[in-house]
Ligand binder design. Structure first.
Ligand code: 1GP
Length: 253
């Protein structure tokens, strides 16, 4: 079974699922292992690994090797650039920043990575991702030179998501930016869900179970949290994961 199939299976089971984002540049290896174990214990479906700056293959190899000895949920690379690849992960979000003004982030990095994926990282499951940066956009928006989409322009954001669907991406990620003051607004998600039959991921600035619940209830299939996981104790994460599952189930019923 591919990791994408696994994620779809988790979606069927829970309605909406939670993914934990860990940035190896921000935490040491022991913390990475501890937070990965906590993610699994809290019911998170996978660990996303990556960041916009300060990550390379050697670092990823070491962190992933250590964590995979103790954790069974999949590790999915979430690279900020070509240096974010490692054969020690299970899968790769092969992402294109659709609203970047720089062709490198739309297709350049992907072309550089393609030969490596075919020859060197053959064990990685490749999951294509349309990455759409909204609101403040955080470091991801700045580094990838995205032309940020204002939250209130539902029409333009949905047009991007539709383009992603017609281009055949596996998943669509609405990113408000790590640590964003305002997360993606739930109001856009129900509309998007009606038009776009692809898993929709949402992340950036989600810090409480209440916000996670409202975003899952509105239509997000996968909810990503990073900052809150790195900064808060374990109870908070399981509360957020439970809220995501409840939101997904309440949406379906
Ligand atoms: C970043 O959306 C993710 O790609 C996570 O954001 O750190 O705000 O949870 P936070």
């Amino acid at each position: 079974m591919t990791i994408y199939d696994y994620l779809l299976g988790e979606l069927r089971k829970y309605g909406s699922i939670h993914l934990t984002l860990l940035d190896p540049d921000k935490i040491d290896i022991d913390k990475f292992v501890e937070l990965s174990k906590n993610a699994e214990k809290s019911g998170s479906s996978a660990v996303m690994v990556g960041g916009s700056l300060g990550v390379n293959e050697k670092l990823l190899d070491e962190y992933l090797e250590a964590a995979k000895r103790e954790v069974n949920i999949p590790f999915i690379l979430f690279p900020g650039n070509i240096a974010g690849l490692s054969s020690k992960a299970d899968a790769l979000f092969y992402l294109s920043v659709l609203n970047s003004l720089d062709p490198y982030y739309i297709i350049g990095a992907q072309v550089q990575a393609s030969i490596l994926l075919a020859k060197r990282y053959t064990s990685l499951d490749v999951i294509s991702m349309a990455y759409i940066i909204v609101g403040e956009g955080g470091a991801a928006g700045y580094v990838s030179n995205a032309r940020m989409l204002p939250f209130e322009r539902d029409d333009i954001i949905i047009a991007y998501a539709l383009a992603a669907k017609y281009l055949g991406f596996n998943v669509i990620y609405l990113e408000a930016g790590s640590g964003a003051k305002e997360p993606v607004r739930p109001s856009i998600l129900a509309k998007m869900k009606r038009l776009v039959d692809r898993p929709i991921m949402v992340g950036g600035g989600i810090r409480t179970p209440e916000v996670a619940y409202s975003i899952a209830l509105a239509g997000a299939d996968m909810i990503v949290t990073g900052t809150v996981v790195e900064e808060s104790p374990s109870m908070v994460l399981s509360d957020i994961v439970d809220a995501v599952h409840r939101g997904g189930m309440d949406r379906k019923n």
